[in-house]
Design a protein around this ligand. Structure first.
Ligand code: KIV
Ligand code: ZN
Length: 515
């Protein structure tokens, strides 16, 4: 068996289910464009029934992306499937992904349905989805804890009903590699019409085994892997796309399938784009995309690598896009060069006025920072998008005094519902003083859960990208801000998080709602 391994990316759907990782429609389109440049086969763009915003995002991605299949998630319910079908109307190639739980624990406690009822509902859902598209995926939620015979039975029925991809999710990340791979092999073998569908896996990382389980399944016949950039996803996340792709590419000797179509040099830029947009930083020692992934610290390693790369390197940094961090524009670049590069990055402007605004921000940045990289351009757009969010609170000015032996003090002016207000506070450091000064005005009652700073590019003149995670009554949001001054970036990130937490949360979670 040697055939193509299909890469199904669910960063925009399961990735977005990470608390605080929600993305706007435009951000989703930018990530989808990056995935298309990477030649990802299927992009799961969202769960259209979840909210009007989710519907519009799937619709926007479906209208813009031409080379990848665009997928919308739907529970096995008529209204979900109709909504997904509607959102995918503009797609060149659209897929409906419908699912229902199949494990005894989910059927009994969540669905309160018998196994016969579950099969019947799954078949009905697939038939309805086929009215919209020939490309229908069926997932048996919690397949990892389902009975093998039941999986074979429901899969046979949904393939007969028209499902073309059968997905086996380890929804709760419970499985271990050898057992999971064998189970996938047995399911394929035990499903009489399995030759009429592609078998897929979707693994969560609760035991840190999502990638290992997915690869084991590939060794047992799975030909689609569902994964996310940076392993983003519910709880401990999903299998990471970059690890799956590079494992299969690097160890082609042990995998009986090909993955030559993926443009691996897009991996690092896409990883950065996703972490910049979601505020989920990548740990330095993360495989493939972590800052240290190709850094050879010890003298012995360096010596070996200098003499012959293969002594310690199994992949080349440039093959996954590490060299992509190059200067693209500078202080003297004109409006056309700016617009052309933005277009190449998939960033379009709705009007000339918006081009002018973005170009003015670019010129401002180029004055402070002479070399402008793609990452800086992406962050300019993220900043602009943040400003189009309904802004209840907005930064006007900030003055911070920080001196050896003195307590840092911040004076801030912000607008709250358009009214200018000032606050002053001291704190353990300049950032602490700034956040306290903001709180002296807004008294938000939120709890700060995370504060992190990353440099967008290298060098001391790089922009700092700050993420602030706030929690209020169980709801979590991430705020972002970027600036060459990290205290200002921090203030922007804190205010961005406050603006998000003040918006009503109106979206449904696919797995929480009972069918
Ligand atoms: O983890 C899961 O089971 C899912 C399904 C909706 C495929 O995300
Ligand atoms: Zn999932």
């Amino acid at each position: 068996m040697s055939d193509k391994l299909i890469i199904f990316d669910t960063t925009l759907r399961d990735g977005e289910q990470s608390p605080g990782a929600s993305m706007t429609r435009d951000e989703k389109v930018r990530i989808a464009k990056a995935l298309e440049r990477m030649h990802v086969d299927v992009i799961e763009a969202g769960f259209p029934i979840a909210s009007p915003g989710d519907f519009e995002s799937v619709q926007a991605v479906a209208n813009v992306i031409k080379d990848s299949t665009i997928c919308g998630l739907a529970r096995a319910l008529d209204k979900d499937i109709d909504r997904a079908g509607e959102a995918l109307k503009g797609a060149n190639s659209g897929r409906i992904h419908t699912f229902i739980a199949t494990s005894p624990i989910h059927m009994e406690h969540k669905l309160r349905m018998s196994s016969d009822q579950v099969v019947e509902q799954a078949v009905r859902a697939v038939k309805r989805a086929r009215q919209y598209t020939d490309d229908v995926e069926f997932s048996a939620e919690d397949a990892g804890r389902s009975e093998l015979d039941f999986l074979c039975r429901i899969f046979e029925a949904v393939i007969d009903a028209g499902a073309t991809t059968i997905n086996i999710p380890d929804t709760v990340g419970y499985n271990v590699p050898q057992q999971f791979g064998e189970m996938v092999g047995k399911v394929i073998e035990g499903t009489p019409n399995s030759d009429k569908a592609i078998f897929s896996v979707h693994c969560h990382n609760d035991l840190g085994l999502a990638v290992a389980n997915s690869l084991s399944a590939v060794m047992h016949g799975a030909r689609q892997v569902e994964c996310t950039i940076n392993g983003l996803g519910e709880r401990a996340g999903n299998a990471s796309l970059e690890e799956i792709v590079m494992a299969v590419r690097t160890r082609g000797d042990v995998f009986d399938c090909s993955l030559t179509h993926i443009e691996t040099t897009e991996i690092v830029p896409t990883s950065r784009l996703v972490s910049g947009i979601t505020g989920f930083a990548v740990q330095p020692n993360k495989a493939i995309v972590g800052a240290n992934a190709f850094a050879h610290e010890s003298g012995i390693h360096q010596d070996g690598v200098l003499k012959s790369r293969e002594t310690y390197e199994i992949m080349r940094a440039e093959d996954v896009g590490w060299s992509a961090n190059r200067m693209v524009l500078g202080k003297h670049s004109g409006r056309n060069a700016f617009r052309t590069r933005m277009h190449e990055l998939g960033i379009e402007f709705a009007s000339e006025e918006l081009v002018n605004e973005a170009f003015a921000r670019f010129k401002d940045l180029a004055d402070k920072k002479h070399e402008i990289f793609d990452e800086d351009l992406q962050s300019l757009v993220t900043e602009a998008n943040l400003q189009t969010l309904q802004e209840k609170v907005k930064l006007i000015s900030l003055k911070v005094c920080s001196e050896t032996g003195e307590t840092p003090k911040a004076d801030i002016t912000i607008t709250v519902d358009g009214q200018e207000q000032q606050g002053t506070a001291s704190g353990g450091g300049p950032v602490d003083a700034t956040f306290r000064a903001i709180e002296s005005i807004v008294s938000s009652g939120t709890e700060l859960q995370l504060y992190s700073v990353n440099n967008i590019t290298s060098g001391t003149d790089a922009q700092g990208e700050v993420t602030v995670r706030l929690q209020q009554a169980g709801r979590i949001v991430n705020g972002q801000g970027a600036d060459t001054d990290i205290v200002i970036a921090s203030a922007k990130a804190y205010l961005n998080a406050l603006n998000k937490i003040m918006l009503p949360a109106e979206r449904a979670h696919p797995q929480a709602a009972d069918v």
